[in-house]
Design a protein around this ligand. Structure first.
Ligand code: SF4
Length: 223
């Protein structure tokens, strides 16, 4: 059972924390911020599990290969693409640290986006376009801040902020592609959301792409 609270104003997984980390004190323990309090230190987090269903947080296959062909095989490199995002333990600390979620409970939130990205990056998955329809919205990735608080708060090194930035870029590029090649986009099997890590980890390239082409398209989609 996970124990998560605000400790001295910061979200913390207290079942794995040491008192020495907070020495010499004092220590102030409060309910996890941004969630409705049921009683005392107990908060309601059921919202996240409902959202996971909306994001189709599972492997989606449009075409199923015959059973006699066995499992859907994957190389170690393909597995490395999404492994980090699969380490989420649903502790909700990133939601507590997120300034937007505190103001807008309809925001899908950092862990749900990281979970969607976990499946988008899985070579066996074919559901990226369906998730894009949910995430490429005002309450989806475009509502997410660029503060990085979610990643700082995560005790498992999941990097929800990185997932959000990657999805912002890939959904924006998908929007541009849809404008340039209407009708072609939906026939593609989903690689538009699988940008190479080297590409999406280049901040300068992000800025160039966003400034040159993507932002006008995004504004158009949002209006
Ligand atoms: S992404 Fe990290 S902080 Fe957020 S729910 Fe998952 S494990 Fe917890």
């Amino acid at each position: 059972m996970q124990l998560r609270y605000d400790v001295n104003g910061e979200p913390a997984l207290t079942c794995s924390a040491f008192l020495t980390d907070y020495a010499p004190g004092p220590i102030r323990v409060e309910p996890l911020r941004n969630f409705p309090v049921i009683r005392d230190l107990v908060v309601e987090i059921g919202d996240f599990h409902a959202q996971a269903a909306d994001r189709q947080a599972w492997l989606v296959r449009e075409e199923h290969q015959p059973l006699d062909l066995g499992e859907y095989l994957q190389t170690p490199a393909q597995m490395d693409e999404y492994t980090q995002f699969s380490m989420c333990i649903n502790c909700m600390l990133c939601y507590s640290a997120c300034p937007v979620y505190g103001l807008d409970p309809d925001f899908v939130g950092p862990a749900a986006i990281a979970l969607a990205q976990r499946y988008n990056l899985d070579s066996r998955d074919q559901g990226a376009h369906e998730r894009r329809d949910v995430l490429n919205t005002a309450e989806g990735v475009w509502r997410a801040p660029s503060s990085g608080n979610a990643t700082t708060a995560c005790p498992k090194g999941v990097d929800p902020a990185g997932a959000i930035q990657r999805l912002k870029l890939s959904t924006a590029l998908d929007s541009v592609r849809s404008l340039l090649f209407p009708g072609v986009h939906d026939d593609l099997p989903g690689p538009g959301l699988r940008l190479p890590t080297a590409l999406v980890s280049t901040p300068t390239l992000h800025l160039l792409v966003l400034r040159a082409a993507v932002l006008p398209a995004v504004r158009g989609c949002a209006s």
